[in-house]
Write a protein that binds this ligand. Sequence first.
Ligand SMILES: *[C@@H]1O[C@H](CO)[C@@H](O)[C@H](O)[C@H]1NC(C)=O
Ligand SMILES: *[C@@H]1O[C@H](CO)[C@@H](O)[C@H](O)[C@H]1NC(C)=O
Ligand SMILES: *[C@@H]1O[C@H](CO)[C@@H](O)[C@H](O)[C@H]1NC(C)=O
Ligand SMILES: *[C@@H]1O[C@H](CO)[C@@H](O)[C@H](O)[C@H]1NC(C)=O
Ligand SMILES: *[C@@H]1O[C@H](CO)[C@@H](O)[C@H](O)[C@H]1NC(C)=O
Ligand SMILES: *[C@@H]1O[C@H](CO)[C@@H](O)[C@H](O)[C@H]1NC(C)=O
Ligand SMILES: *[C@@H]1O[C@H](CO)[C@@H](O)[C@H](O)[C@H]1NC(C)=O
Ligand SMILES: *[C@@H]1O[C@H](CO)[C@@H](O)[C@H](O)[C@H]1NC(C)=O
Ligand SMILES: *[C@@H]1O[C@H](CO)[C@@H](O)[C@H](O)[C@H]1NC(C)=O
Ligand SMILES: *[C@@H]1O[C@H](CO)[C@@H](O)[C@H](O)[C@H]1NC(C)=O
Length: 631
Amino acid sequence: MGLLLLLTSLLLSRYFHPGIVVDAQQSFTIRNTTLSIEPSPDVTRGTNVTLRCKAMVSSSGEEALRREYTIYKGSNKVYTKNTSTSEDLLYLLPDARVSSTGKYKCKINIMGKEMTSEPKKLTVEGLSKPVLRFNKEVVNEEEEVIATCTAPGETGSIFFRFYQDSKEIREGEGSSNQFEAKFTFSKVGIQKIHCAYAVIIMPDSFKSKESNHVDVSVKELFTTPVLEIFPQSNIYEGDHLNILCTTRNRLDSSEEVHLYLSHGTKLLSSGETKVNHSVVALAKDPGEFECRQEIKKVFKVITKTISVTELFSAPTLTISPAEIFQRENMKLTCKSGSYASERLNREELTYTLEPPNSPLSPIGPGVFSGRALLNDFNYTCVARAKGIVKHSDTLTVRPKVSVSIPKISVYGKAILGQPIHIHCHSETGSLPINYTLIKGYEVLNITTVKDPNQKALFKVTIVKPEELNKFMCEAENNHKKGELSGRLNAAVVEPLSDLTLTIIPNPSKVSEGEDLYLICGTKGTPPVTFKLYRVGTKAPLFTNTSQQNNTNFRVPNLSKEHSGKYYCEAINPANNLVVSEKIAIEVHLALWKKAVIGGVCLLVVSVLAVVCVLYFKSKRGKREGAAELSV
Ligand SMILES: *[C@@H]1O[C@H](CO)[C@@H](O)[C@H](O)[C@H]1NC(C)=O
Ligand SMILES: *[C@@H]1O[C@H](CO)[C@@H](O)[C@H](O)[C@H]1NC(C)=O
Ligand SMILES: *[C@@H]1O[C@H](CO)[C@@H](O)[C@H](O)[C@H]1NC(C)=O
Ligand SMILES: *[C@@H]1O[C@H](CO)[C@@H](O)[C@H](O)[C@H]1NC(C)=O
Ligand SMILES: *[C@@H]1O[C@H](CO)[C@@H](O)[C@H](O)[C@H]1NC(C)=O
Ligand SMILES: *[C@@H]1O[C@H](CO)[C@@H](O)[C@H](O)[C@H]1NC(C)=O
Ligand SMILES: *[C@@H]1O[C@H](CO)[C@@H](O)[C@H](O)[C@H]1NC(C)=O
Ligand SMILES: *[C@@H]1O[C@H](CO)[C@@H](O)[C@H](O)[C@H]1NC(C)=O
Ligand SMILES: *[C@@H]1O[C@H](CO)[C@@H](O)[C@H](O)[C@H]1NC(C)=O
Ligand SMILES: *[C@@H]1O[C@H](CO)[C@@H](O)[C@H](O)[C@H]1NC(C)=O
C-alpha cells in the first residue's frame, strides 16, 4: 500500500512538474482576444485610463499557460508583458493627455500561437491653456526680447505659434512642452502678442485655446531727422541747392549715430548729427533726396522731392539737304527746341560742333556749313549756358558717291528675232541708281537698282542687226544729272534659214567611178555646224563646222551602193536646227561597162548570124545532092 502511494505520488509529481508540463504537449486554443477601454473610450484630460486585454483560452490541462501580451498604439508597440496567470492584462494610462489619443490593440502569443484583438479608439479631450511670458515688457525699437510659450502638462509632439494681433508672426516645434522665440519690434507703441499650440497626432492635430495676451510696449529710440532743401521752389537747372539734414533729439546714450544724405544711388555726404551739402540742380537727375539716420540696427528715413525746371532742352542736330553727295555743300543746324526765357537770354545759349576739328565752320548761331567729306562722319552738337552742357544725339553724315559713266553690254547672246537682255552698269555710285534704257532718242524703260546684287537688265527684241547699235543707257543717283553710256556694240547672231543641198553633177546622171560634190548652204551667222545624212543611216556621213555659211563634201569613185536619198542639217549659235530637202542619187553603170556589154552583144549576134548562114548553106547543098541522086 505504501509502495503504491509512493509510486502514485512519484507519477503525479512527475506529471505535474512544470518542466514536464511543456513536454506534455498540453493542447490549447485561443478563442478570442478583446481590448476594452475603462472607464470609457472617450474621456477628458486627467482621467486615469485602463486598457484591459482579455484572452479566452481553452486548454486540456489545469495549469495556466505562459502568455505574452503586447499592446500597440497604432502600429507602435507600447507595452509587452509575459505572465503565467490567466488574469486579464491591464495597461494603465494615468492622468491621460490628448497625446494618448489613438487606436489601441492587444496581441496575445502562447507558444507561437497568436491572436490580435480588434482595435479600439481612445479619445482624450481637452488641452491646457497656453501661457505666454516675456523676459521684458518694455523695450526699445529693434531691441531683442525673449518670449516663452508653455503648454502646461502636455506631452507628445507640440507645435507652437505666436501672433501679433491676429497675424501669425512665428511658429516652431517645441522640444518639450514649451517654445522660446526671440523678437524685435520696429513699430513703436503697444504690441499685443499671444500664442497657441497644437498637439500633433498623425494624421490629426488638436488646437489649444489662445494664451493670455501680453502687451509689449515699444519705445521710440529716436525721431526722424529733418531734411531741408534751399531754395524751396522755382528751382532751375544750374541753381545751387543747399541740402541740410539734422537729427532732432540728442541721445544721452553713448551709441554711435550716423547720418547719410543720398541722391538716387549716390551718397552725397555723411556725418553724425548734421549734414550740409551743396549741389548744382540738374534736370536729368531724379529729384529725390534722402536722409537716413542710423543707431545700431534702427534707422529713420526722410525723403524730399524737388522739381527742377529745364533751362533749355537738349539740342537736335539736323542736316540740309537731306541727301548729300561727296564734296557737295552741306549745312548742319543745332538748336535747342525750348529754353526758360525768364532765366536765360537766347544769346547766352551757345552751340558748338563736335568733334571740334570737323571741316565745317560756323556761319551763324548753331549753323555750320562746309563741304561734305568722302567718308561717313559722326557729328554731335553741344549747347551750353550757365554751366549747363547738353549734347545732341549723334548724326552720322553718309556722303553719297555719284554714279560713274555706265557700261552697256549684251547679257548672254544677241539673237535676231529673239529677246535680248541689255545690261547697264556703273562701277561706282551709291544706291539706289536709276538706269534708263534709250533707243535713239526714245526712252524705253527705267529700272531702279537698290541692292548691290541687283542688275539693271532690259529686255528688247530687234529685227535687224543694225538696230542694236542704237541702244544707250543712262545712270542717275541724284536729281541733278545722269551719266550716259556709249552705244551698244555687240555681235548679232542671225538664226539659220533656207538650208539647201546642192549636188554636182546632176544627181540623176551620175555613173560609177565618178566624183560627187554635195554642197550644204544656208542663210545665217557662222560658225555653222553642218551634218550630211543618208536616209536610213543614223550617224551623219560628214560633219563640218564652218566659219562660212556653206560647206561641201566630196564623194570620190562612186559605186552603185552610193545610190540613195541624202539631206543636210545645220545649226549655229542661235541654236535653231534647220534641215534641207532630201535629194535622191542614182548611180548608173560606167560607160566602159556599157561599151563592153554592147560589144559582147554585137559579137554574139554576129556569131549567131554566121552560124545561121552556114546552117542554111549546108541544108541547101544536101537537097541539091539528093536531087542529083534522084536524077
Ligand atoms: C470575440 O468577442 C467579441 C465580444 O465578446 C465578439 O464581438 C467577437 O466576434 C469575438 N471574436 C471571435 C473571433 O470570436
Ligand atoms: C488617478 O490615480 C491616482 C493614483 O494613481 C490618484 O491619486 C488620482 O486621484 C486618480 N485620479 C482620478 C481622477 O481618479
Ligand atoms: C517574454 O518571453 C519571450 C520568450 O518567451 C521573450 O523573448 C521576451 O523578451 C519576454 N518579454 C518580457 C517583457 O519579458
Ligand atoms: C551750409 O553750408 C553752406 C556753405 O557750404 C553755408 O553757406 C550754410 O550757411 C550752411 N548751412 C548751415 C545751416 O550750416
Ligand atoms: C559713328 O558712330 C557709330 C555709333 O554711334 C559708330 O558705329 C560708327 O563707327 C561711327 N562712325 C564713324 C565714321 O566714326
Ligand atoms: C520695263 O521693264 C519692266 C520689267 O523689266 C517691264 O515689265 C515693262 O514692260 C517694261 N516697259 C517697257 C515700256 O518696256
Ligand atoms: C528714280 O526713279 C524713281 C521712279 O522711277 C523716282 O521716284 C526717283 O526720284 C528716281 N531717282 C533719281 C535719283 O532720279
Ligand atoms: C552666206 O552669208 C553671206 C553673208 O555672210 C550672205 O551674203 C550669203 O547670201 C549667205 N549665203 C547663203 C547661201 O545664204
Ligand atoms: C569644212 O568646210 C570648210 C569650208 O567649206 C573647208 O574649208 C574645210 O576644209 C572643211 N573641213 C573639213 C574637215 O571637211
Ligand atoms: C573604184 O572602185 C572600184 C570598186 O568599187 C575599184 O575596183 C577601183 O580600183 C576604184 N578606183 C579608184 C581610182 O580608187
